[in-house]
Design a protein around this ligand. Structure first.
Ligand code: GCU
Length: 426
């Protein structure tokens, strides 16, 4: 893969080694063109990363800052304190197999709470590994349970039971076959799920959800590198990790994060930025997530920015016609997850998300895993349809369309068993 060409290295050499603020970054015209996926082991100034320490101390912080500056926007620091309140507890869930808790997580006095639905298997000899799942339609759609409160904020028109962009009782359990919660419990894992709209309802404005609460004093509109919706959803997943760290039923070493599509983009971002997330599963996340921004199949940077201007920051629009100028591609975001396992999951008919391009992204992240002696992709080509490649960088593609299904979950569970070890005591 091409990296900074030598001719351009000279002009970039003056850049600080680890740039951390917008002022340090060149404008798009001064960035070199990388026609292929950039080498994650080459610093912005052209220097090759020589040691694992240099990767950890210089290149990782640099890449984190680059992704935030040019694409997702800067995420605020973690709150000093979160508070959590268990609002409902049921120790005999799923016929006694599990304990359900509805937990309200507050991270800011004025911002909306994150409403977490946590279901933990009862039969176990150790704290449970957990799948955090960001959901699209509200916790009440994940399982059919009248005790789960409906979201009071906006929801997508396509969600079950949605009436004039609000949740109704008719939506209860409407996504049970997407989430397959009982299957996860039967396999010995907990499920912790929350609605993305708790952090940011998904439409182009900056006035609701978390965003207005993190404006600088006197600021009324977002700056060009302020965080977008994908970053807000990722940040929400991090706050759920904050809470799970306080819960003794959960094993901190076995925290997985799953998200589909736009929420898969958030999943990969959260995994890249937060090492507490030990296993990362973006499903059909496509452009702005797991597909190359330079890809020629499926959605382009311009198409995503035009249709969803609030998902990324405004800096990212400068690359609409020039994705080759991005000083990274999504392989570098995967590389930030090293040494932790990452599984890209896809569906054959979902060409919009560029499944083959995603495999190339994993290939171009693998040098970092090898450099850190953290495993590999271990394949030249995608596995057969329906067969899981369960390497440290894993890949799965099933038949069918853009959706999250029971078959996807079986792959997620097998991947978790492989990398976490099978849960004991079931
Ligand atoms: C659109 C969008 C994709 C996104 C998807 C989804 O298709 O173009 O980028 O992943 O919505 O979130 O369902």
């Amino acid at each position: 893969m091409p990296s900074c060409s030598r001719a351009l290295i000279g002009s970039l050499v003056l850049l600080a080694v680890a740039v951390t603020s917008a002022a340090d970054f060149p404008s798009v015209d001064k960035l070199p063109s990388h026609p292929g996926l950039p080498d994650p082991l080459v610093m912005l100034n052209g220097e090759k990363v020589a040691t694992p320490e240099q990767w950890t101390q210089q290149r990782r912080p640099e890449l984190k800052a680059l992704f935030q500056h040019y694409m997702y926007g800067y995420l605020p620091a973690a709150p000093e304190k979160i508070t959590s309140t268990v609002e409902v507890e049921d120790a005999k869930y799923f016929g006694g197999k599990a304990t359900k808790k509805q937990v309200s997580i507050k991270y800011h006095p004025d911002a909306p709470a994150i409403n977490l639905l946590l279901i933990v298997p009862n039969q176990r000899t150790q704290p449970a590994g957990v799948f955090i799942g960001i959901n699209f339609c509200g916790n009440h759609t994940v399982v059919k349970d009248p005790a789960i409160p409906l979201p009071t904020t906006w929801i997508y028109k396509s969600c079950p039971g949605c009436e004039t962009e609000k949740a109704t009782d008719a939506g209860r359990g409407g996504q049970a076959e997407v989430w397959n919660a009982e299957q996860t419990i039967d396999r010995g894992y907990a499920l912790a799920t929350f609605y993305n709209g708790d952090l940011d309802p998904d439409f182009p404005d900056f006035t609701n959800g978390v965003h207005p609460h993190y404006l600088k004093p006197g600021q009324t509109t977002p700056k060009s590198d302020d965080w977008g919706a994908v970053a807000a959803w990722a940040w929400g997943a991090q706050r759920v990790v904050d809470y799970l760290y306080t819960n003794k039923d959960i094993d901190r070493e076995r925290i997985a994060l799953v998200g589909h599509s736009r929420l898969g983009k958030a999943t990969l971002l959260a995994g890249a930025l937060d090492e507490r997330i030990k296993l990362i599963i973006p499903l059909q996340a496509g452009c702005g997530g797991t597909a190359p921004s330079r890809g020629k199949v499926g959605e382009s940077v311009k198409q995503i920015n035009d249709r969803f201007p609030h998902w990324f920051d405004d800096e990212f629009t400068q690359f609409n016609e020039r994705p080759d100028r991005l000083p990274f591609d999504q392989n570098c975001l995967v590389a930030l997850c090293a040494p932790r396992p990452v599984l890209f999951a896809n569906a054959v008919e979902d060409t919009w998300a560029n499944p083959d391009g995603q495999f190339e992204v994993l290939k171009a992240a693998a040098p970092v895993y090898r450099f850190l002696k953290a495993g590999d992709l271990g394949a030249e080509h995608p596995p057969e349809v329906g067969k899981l490649l369960d390497s440290q960088l894993g890949y799965f593609i099933r038949g069918g369309k853009h959706s999250m299904t029971k078959e996807d979950w079986l792959a997620f569970l097998a991947f978790a068993d492989k990398h976490f070890g099978k849960p004991t005591g079931k």
